[in-house]
Design a protein around this ligand. Structure first.
Ligand SMILES: NC(=O)c1ccc[n+]([C@@H]2O[C@H](COP(=O)([O-])OP(=O)(O)OC[C@H]3O[C@@H](n4cnc5c(N)ncnc54)[C@H](OP(=O)(O)O)[C@@H]3O)[C@@H](O)[C@H]2O)c1
Length: 306
């Protein structure tokens, strides 16, 4: 059995749809188990996990701005829970698969970050995620931690869906071009996770550790918004916003309490070499995202619907 934690989130839903090919999948959402529960260790110890082969943790406290005033809760979900889940996997001799974030870096580096670079989170979310990376790794030598960035999906609340929603009603928009990163779809993350985990479960071993896992190339939020809008228009979706009417903003949004790194580009050489996977340019899945919007519109699904 594979335990998938966070099965109701953006990535969790994508993994739910594909990890089942590896065998029976037990899915936890926050309804089954509250990862912020201070008594989580006791809750887990009273449960049984017959034939546990892997624990995959897609859950996280991801409200980056709210974490500034709720760091204790964010720590329980992002650090303490991964430690306990990783230890649970270790007790069964099973690997722990976990996801981390570009926000562990301060973004001041001139060039892509590599896994060995120093971390210096700018915000509470980044601090709690970094603590989770360390605690999960210490709790189980058989861990795979995938550090990713700018995650979006066809169904969750995420940047391109927000842009699409606004583009239906607005004729102009301001968009940040100070931050650089690699927009990474949950489709890509789930496909890479499946490929790696399939090999790990078949062979029983792997080059365990921390890996950067993002799409290739780089973008600003402005680039991302323009690409999704222009592809949606090409597909005939009814948008009032034209890509050229999305204006660059050269200051961080002052309304956001949490600081963000300016450079979120992560080198993925290590994972590509270790597992022989290919990571497409970010535009590939961004275009597929827009095509998905077209399919949803054809089915009468509105942008706000999960
Ligand atoms: N989103 C990004 O841009 C981004 C960027 C870099 C890295 N990442 C990392 O990628 C991974 C997946 O992120 P995502 O975008 O898929 O996140 P998401 O859509 O926000 O999903 C997170 C999931 O965690 C669950 N969760 C939160 N608090 C919980 C609690 N107390 N008990 C049980 N479950 C709880 C949520 O359940 P409920 O909804 O039921 O509360 C939700 O299903 C995370 O590790 C995240 O840190 C994300």
């Amino acid at each position: 059995m594979i335990l998938l934690v966070g099965a109701g989130g953006q990535l969790g839903r994508e993994l739910s749809g594909c990890l089942g090919v590896l065998g029976p999948l037990e899915r936890w959402t926050s309804r089954e188990v509250d990862l912020a529960d201070p008594g989580l260790a006791g809750v887990i110890s009273r449960m049984e996990f017959p034939g546990l082969r892997a624990v995959v943790n897609a859950a996280a406290y991801t409200a980056v701005d709210r974490a500034e005033s709720e760091e204790g809760r964010a720590y329980r979900v992002n650090a303490e829970a991964p430690r306990l889940l990783s230890a649970l996997a270790a007790r069964h001799g099973a690997p722990f698969v976990h996801y981390s974030t570009d926000y562990v870096y301060d973004g001041a580096k001139d060039g892509p970050y590599v896994e060995g670079d120093g971390t210096a989170p700018l915000n509470a979310y980044g601090r709690t995620k970094l603590a989770g990376d360390r605690l999960a790794a210490e709790a189980n030598p058989r861990h795979l931690i995938f550090r990713t960035s700018w995650v979006y999906s066809q169904t969750g609340a995420c940047f391109p869906r927000t842009v699409y929603g606004l583009a239906r009603s607005r004729e102009s928009l301001d968009m940040d071009r100070t931050q650089r990163g690699a927009p990474t779809s949950t489709e890509l993350l789930a496909a890479a996770t499946l490929a790696v985990l399939r090999g790990v479960l078949a062979g029983g071993n792997a080059p365990w550790g921390l890996y950067h896992l993002t799409a290739a190339g780089e973008a600003t939020w402005l680039d991302f918004a323009r690409l999704v809008t222009s592809r949606a228009l090409e597909l005939g979706l009814p948008l009032r916003l034209r890509p050229e009417a999305i204006r660059p903003r050269d200051e961080p949004d002052p309304a956001r309490p949490a600081r963000r790194p300016l450079n979120s580009i992560l080198s993925t050489a290590r994972i590509r070499e270790a597992f022989g996977i290919t990571l497409p340019d970010w535009r590939y899945h961004a275009e597929r995202f827009a095509e998905g919007l077209g399919i949803q519109a054809g089915l009468g699904i509105r942008p706000g619907q999960p």
